[in-house]
Design a protein around this ligand. Structure first.
Ligand code: NAD
Ligand code: SAH
Length: 415
């Protein structure tokens, strides 16, 4: 039933999966718990997340919990054909091929949903869009689902407001165990790994412009500074701008920053952050990339139109030459640079994000009789459990409040 590119690639994919499994300790703890209790027995789970080794591990853990798992990607440029081949041999129905067209990508998602899932894991809202539209007929068994990322949750809340949410959804991104680590440290590291590997250029001494100083922006700016870059931040929120200033970054509008940057990274979830007026003033050989939701943060479509030449300069780099002879280099077609040009966040980070996914799916099943169609926050108890697993896995321990300290913190009488 699986729909993958080449099953011969499985041995390489298996090695990648085995490697990450050695570093995803919290998820391994949950896997043991699931193996004994089988919380998903008799249930089908459709997962649309970047189809690479850590996601494959999530698929295996859910399968150990008794689920029939149907796995697809959430971005055609991040799917790894060898991992898809391996996981499809390991008991997970897999629908994913690297580099497919937008139509083929949607077809793979639709094939995945044809299992009539009880639960879904979405990353950016593509499954929910299909279940609320073209694939409505496959939504008949849905208990609920989980959304992985910031923009996906914004979209779910917009649907909730309009009364068109197809099923109860958990805001996984908003859990502490997710965005504190994944968005900040995961993006902070994987964006720079991808930029450095793709360009083979030095970061030290360069002027880096980071658009957006949310969770992802903080990580991206912090790591650039750590490597010796001069970092400029652009923002639309006064307090985020103040945060950036107090963290030691220069703040200015993009209209100004455009002139100074050697490397630009957008992480806003917004559109038209870097547009034609910015291309017109950028330095020759500037590097442009995006790590936020979609390819509309940097207006690559317009850059393509106004350039006189577009050429692949290295793998995943298109150089656009303008009439005046300047060339602007766009990485990964303006899609998420850390996943289109790299392999995304490190294993120890996805360990936490996917632990939230696994326990949130179990929470949906445990509460299936009382759920209403709304966006749910992940309960604190799940965050706490993952925090404890993770500390133990890292060999760290912390203090515990005495009853007297607890009374002191919660009371109003003591000095
Ligand atoms: P966030 O809400 O914490 O931060 C976004 C920031 O961008 C905010 O501070 C906002 O004020 C600012 N902003 C919005 N529009 C802007 C504009 N036009 N110019 C400048 N600043 C602007 O969100 P986040 O968790 O940091 O996520 C940012 C984006 O990255 C989202 O689309 C999210 O889905 C995506 N994301 C990507 C990865 C990855 O692996 N690349 C990981 C997590 C999240
Ligand atoms: N559909 C969008 C998805 C946004 S991706 C797209 O066009 O690509 C942003 C999410 O990717 C983050 O919330 C993060 O949790 C996830 N991510 C980052 N690295 C990953 C990895 N190595 N494996 C799986 N997911 C990853």
């Amino acid at each position: 039933m699986s729909n993958i590119r080449n099953k011969e690639l499985a041995p390489e994919g298996r090695k990648k999966i085995e490697w990450v499994r050695s570093f995803m300790a919290a998820l391994s703890g949950i896997e043991k718990q699931f193996e004994e209790t089988k919380p998903f027995k008799g249930l089908r789970i459709a997962v649309s997340v970047h189809l690479e080794a850590k996601t494959a591990n999530l698929g295996l853990v859910l399968a150990k919990g008794g689920a029939e798992v149907y796995l697809t990607g959430c971005n055609p440029l991040s799917t790894q054909d060898d991992v898809a081949a391996a996981i499809s041999e390991m008991g997970v129905e897999t629908y994913g091929k690297y580099g497919v067209s937008a139509q083929e990508y949607e077809d793979l998602l639709s094939e995945t949903l044809a299992c009539h899932p009880h639960l879904i894991v979405d990353d950016g809202g593509d499954l929910i869009n299909l279940l609320g539209g073209k694939c409505r007929e496959y939504a008949d068994c849905l208990i609920g689902g989980c959304e992985e990322t910031t923009t996906g949750i914004h979209r779910l809340k917009a649907r909730e407001k309009e009364g068109i949410l197809p099923c109860p959804m958990m805001a996984v991104n908003d859990a502490k165990a997710k965005h504190y680590y994944d968005n900040k440290y995961g993006t902070g590291q994987s964006v720079w790994t991808a930029i450095m590997d793709t360009t083979n250029l030095i970061v030290a001494g360069k002027t880096v412009v980071v658009a957006g100083y949310g969770w992802c922006g903080k990580g991206t700016a912090m790591r650039a500074k750590g490597m010796g870059a001069n970092v400029i931040v652009t923002e639309i929120d006064p307090f985020k701008a103040l945060d950036a200033t107090m963290d030691g970054f220069r703040i200015m509008p993009m209209d100004e920053a455009a002139k100074y940057g050697d490397i630009f990274v957008t992480v806003t979830g917004c559109k038209d952050v870097i547009t034609e007026k910015h291309f017109r003033v950028m330095k020759d050989q500037a590097v442009l990339c995006n790590a936020g939701h979609f390819d509309c943060e940097v207006d690559v479509a317009t850059l393509r139109k106004i350039s006189v030449k577009a050429e692949e300069r290295r793998k995943n780099i298109i150089g656009y030459t303008l009439e005046d002879g300047r060339t602007l280099n766009v990485l990964g077609e303006g899609r998420l640079v850390n996943l289109a040009c790299g392999i995304g966040h490190p294993a120890e980070i996805m360990d936490m994000s996917f632990s939230v996914q696994a326990l949130s799916l179990k929470w949906l099943v445990d509460h299936r009789d009382e759920l209403i169609t709304k966006v749910y926050n992940v309960p604190d108890s799940i965050d706490d459990e993952i925090g404890r697993y993770k500390l133990a896995a890292m060999g760290l321990s912390i203090d515990k409040l005495t009853p007297e300290q607890e009374a002191y913190l919660n009371g109003w009488t003591a000095e």
